[in-house]
Design a protein around this ligand. Structure first.
Ligand code: ANZ
Length: 841
């Protein structure tokens, strides 16, 4: 009998699949399609990690399952290859990022192929390929033509010590991660995309997709739509006015001060001389703080301007303060302070002795503190202290008051309804080398021209030194002969745009290019797009839950509006794989110990070598903590099929999973057992009812698991099945064939081999089994149970059980058990499928 040698089996089938182009997809309108996509990786130097394997195995299982169900499956893979790490590596080593990227991609591809993923490799591309970014640049020109791309002066992170602009990822708590030097904000000319124009649609169309509710909520909150009002406050001794944005206009009678963001343009002109120095000092300090520092500071600080506004309804004087907790770029950068109804304002008012006027009565369920005004009541309630002349709100519910205030503000020209979004326009340029150059020419007269399709791709100039410039300009600006040109189309002197696009750009539309990756005449063919789109299943990390998905959806909607794509949303069903975490171990001196050198006793962990007790923690896998696991090593030792099976068996796809490698041997054993079983002399061509029942039940329940992406439970069922099946007297071949098909999406190599051993060909092209309903419903029989001639209970059982089994079940029936207590059974009468009768004494 052959024993299972994973490495020869896996190599063999990987080669055959490649030769037969087993997973090549082509547009075929006669067949139903299924597009299953992974969030493509950034090809980092550290290669594939076990988290990637969870993601890609899950989609591969579905790809193979759908193919066997007769779908035309599109399952592509590519590389998100522009970005900071490749550039930083280039700066450190002097290797061109294109070289590093190519090496990393080659290594990744080998790793993925070794895992047997059924990608259509013909569709592979990298976002840094000129033949791809030609179209990224072209899409940018479409955004530009639609007025959705504009230039603005925006502050960037600038590190004077390093003499460079830093990306947000390079900054931590106001300091450069590299060296810890302080980082300041510096205004620079930037490209910005008007994503805000799509804010409403980006919220509303979430109704069209099957995504986890938590991800929908993240997107909605990020966009942050607030329905409120703008209220105009006139100023004492000043012609200007201050406009505030509020979502609680019902509380207007409780407004006892106004606050301006330190950046507010009116501050200079309204601040009284006596306060000028203090205000200036305060502003300087605030400008050096990050938004997070400003909003999350425990103690709210501020400074009085010395000036007053007039309450729009009562005309009372309201002091104007400046405070950093008000952000310049939300609403109007000015807020009305209502201490009794807003905790933040309450603390501020307490610190600076500002009056507190209650306007919404805390209801019964409010806490004592809230009722006694030792804390703000932020919830709903009945209005008090809120009537003035003909505007009577007292006694009304605050929601009704909102409407009345709004009407009053509008008819008195003191305000209006207003919708605000947290979402800002998307800062789309970087002062970097390793990104798509912008296809834009600037002319001397200040006008611009977007390059036409025949001028694309626009390649960056060749650079030996990729470092960002000390001025904050992009390194491209150093290549004067590239920057300064005579525009061949107009004959005018022109300068090329020297900023580059951010890494997000390439991942905004790669799923469209996968539909038609070799098209050199257009980004994609519309008919082909119409066939494959939308992506039916998209799987990736939750870290992309906000930005990548939002940006890609935004581009997609723009493309929809200009008639280039046929669906409103790009990704129909989205699932996020949970993070893989790991238990790390260290000594009291913070020396990490590899998990393989640790033994557990009574829930405590000890160093096997020294016997010393260790501290342990569940955290992200990390090489430096000796918890990194390399898929390559695992594939070598156990085989790709065992690794795939194991990673799916760890737990539900979307849940966080703790990496403990022990179960991988169990998965491997399971595969070996099938391998042996197929070769057993008990394999027969003759079907048995018992085998039929077992396999049909397995087909039925595994199919349900597949639809629900519950791969871990499907695997548990395979194992259970094997235990039951191995006990049968014979192994009907038909059941084994079905089993092999069911396991195939999980462990594709060994199952192809078994399929061949069972005399079949090309499992990858086989049809997924469908359960025969006749074998699903076990017919049940009802036994009456008598004790000394009286019926004392009934039991339901499978038909045709033997007397001993039925009698045991009967004795255990709770009512019967009661009657039998303390009795001796003298005789048992058994009528198959009908009656068990005990004679007792
Ligand atoms: C008065 C008030 C009374 C407020 C009250 C709240 C409670 P969302 O829901 O996030 O939109 N606000 C407005 N602009 C701001 C800015 N630039 N920086 C900081 N805070 C700002 O929140 C809207 C509320 O946030 C607004 O309603 C305003 O405070 C504050 F009992 O106005 B409110």
């Amino acid at each position: 009998m052959r024993s299972y040698d994973h490495s020869s089996v896996e190599k063999k089938w990987q080669k055959i699949w490649e030769e037969k182009e087993a997973f090549k997809a082509s547009c075929d309108p006669k067949k139903p399609k299924y597009y299953v996509l992974d969030m493509f990786p950034y090809p980092s130097g550290s290669g594939l990690h076990v988290g990637h394997v969870v993601n890609y195995t899950a989609t591969d299982i579905i790809a193979r399952y759908k193919r066997m169900q007769g779908y035309n499956v599109l399952h592509p893979m590519g590389w998100d290859s522009f970005g900071l790490p490749a550039e930083q590596y280039a700066i450190r080593t002097g290797t061109h990022p294109a070289v590093t990227t190519k090496n990393n991609v080659d290594a990744f591809r080998i790793q993925l192929k070794n895992l047997g993923f059924s990608y259509d490799w013909d569709r592979e591309f990298a976002t840094s390929d000129p033949s791809y970014y030609k179209w990224t640049q072209w899409i940018f020109t479409k955004l530009y033509e639609k007025g959705l791309a504009y230039e603005a002066n925006i502050s960037v992170n600038f590190c004077p010590a390093l003499g460079t602009v830093l990306a947000n990822e390079e900054v931590d708590a106001g300091r450069a991660k590299d060296g810890g030097h302080p980082v300041i904000k510096k205004p620079l000319r930037q490209w910005v995309l008007k994503i805000t124009e799509y804010a409403d649609r980006l919220i509303e169309d979430l109704d069209l997709v099957d995504w986890p509710e938590s991800i929908k909520a993240l997107q909605t909150n990020w966009i942050g739509k607030s329905l409120g009002a703008e209220i105009h406050f006139s100023l004492e001794n000043h012609t200007d006015e201050i406009v505030v944005f509020t979502t609680r206009h019902d509380t207007i009678f409780g407004c006892t001060y106004l606050v301006l963001a330190p950046e507010h343009p009116l501050i200079d002109s309204i601040t009284q001389d006596s306060q000028k120095e203090q205000v200036k000092k305060y502003q300087d300090r605030a400008f050096h703080e990050t938004e997070i520092e400003r909003t999350e500071a425990k103690i709210k600080t501020g400074v009085f301007t010395g000036s007053y506004a007039l309450h729009p309804i009562t005309g009372k004087k309201v002091p104007i303060w400046v405070a950093d907790y008000v952000l310049p770029n939300y609403g109007t950068g000015a807020v009305m302070g209502v201490p009794a109804q807003c905790e933040r304002d309450f603390e501020f008012a307490k610190s600076y002795n500002i009056p507190i006027i209650q306007v919404v009565m805390p209801p019964k369920e409010a806490s004592d503190e809230e009722k006694k005004l030792q804390k703000a009541w932020e919830g709903p309630g009945i209005m008090v202290n809120s009537s003035y002349k003909d505007l009577e709100l007292d006694g009304k519910h605050n929601e009704a008051a909102k409407e009345l205030i709004c009407d009053w503000l509008i008819s008195n020209k003191k305000g209006q309804k207003k919708v605000c979004y947290k979402l800002r326009d998307w800062l789309f340029s970087r002062q970097r080398y390793w990104g798509e150059p912008f296809p834009i020419l600037h002319f001397e007269d200040g006008t611009k021209r977007a390059l036409a399709i025949d001028e694309l791709p626009l390649l960056p100039p060749h650079l030996e030194d990729f470092k960002p410039s000390p001025s904050g300009e992009s390194p491209l600006s150093r290549v004067k002969e590239w920057v300064n040109i005579i525009d061949p189309k107009t004959g005018k002197k022109a300068q090329r745009e020297t900023n580059t696009m951010p890494q997000w750009a390439g991942s905004c539309w790669y799923y469209l290019r996968f539909c038609d990756p070799h098209n050199s005449g257009e980004a994609w063919d519309k008919q082909i797009e119409k066939y494959w789109m939308p992506v039916d299943l998209y799987v990736g990390g939750v870290e992309h839950a906000v930005l990548h998905l939002l940006y890609a959806r935004f581009w997609h909607k723009v493309l929809y509006d200009i008639g280039l794509v046929s669906t409103l949303e790009p990704f129909y069903k989205l699932r996020n794989q949970g993070l893989i975490v790991c238990r790390s171990f260290k000594t009291a001196n913070n020396v990490y110990i590899a998990p393989s050198d640790v033994e557990e006793r009574d829930g405590k962990y000890f160093d096997k070598k020294t016997g010393v007790e260790l501290q342990s923690q569940i955290e992200k896998m990390s090489k430096s903590k000796l918890t990194g696991a390399s898929p390559d090593d695992l594939v070598t030792e156990w085989g790709a099929d065992s690794l795939r099976l194991y990673e799916m068996f760890l737990g539900p796809l979307e849940r966080e999973k703790v990496w403990v490698t022990d179960p991988i041997s169990g998965c491997r054993r399971f595969l070996s057992r099938i391998f042996d079983m197929v070769q057993s002399n008990k394999v027969t061509d003759k079907d048995t009812d018992e085998a039929k029942r077992l396999i049909n039940r397995l087909i039925h329940s595994v199919s349900l698991d597949m639809e629900a992406l519950q791969f871990n439970t499907a695997i548990a069922k395979f194992m259970e099945f094997l235990n039951d099946f191995s006990k049968l007297e014979s192994y009907p071949k038909s059941a084994l064939l079905d089993l092999v098909k069911l396991v195939n999406p999980f462990a594709p190599h060994i199952t192809e081999e078994l399929w061949e051993m069972l005399g079949q060909k090309d499992l990858f092209a086989a049809t997924y089994p469908v359960a025969d309903p006749n074998y699903l419903q076990e017919k049940m029989v009802i036994y009456a149970i008598q004790i000394n001639g009286k019926v004392r209970g009934t039991i339901d059982t499978a038909p045709d059980l033997d007397q001993e089994t039925v009698a045991k079940l009967a004795r255990e029936q709770h009512n019967v058990a009661k009657f039998l207590e303390g009795m001796t059974i003298k005789k048992t009468i058994f009528v198959p499928n009908k009656l068990v009768s005990f004679v007792v004494g």
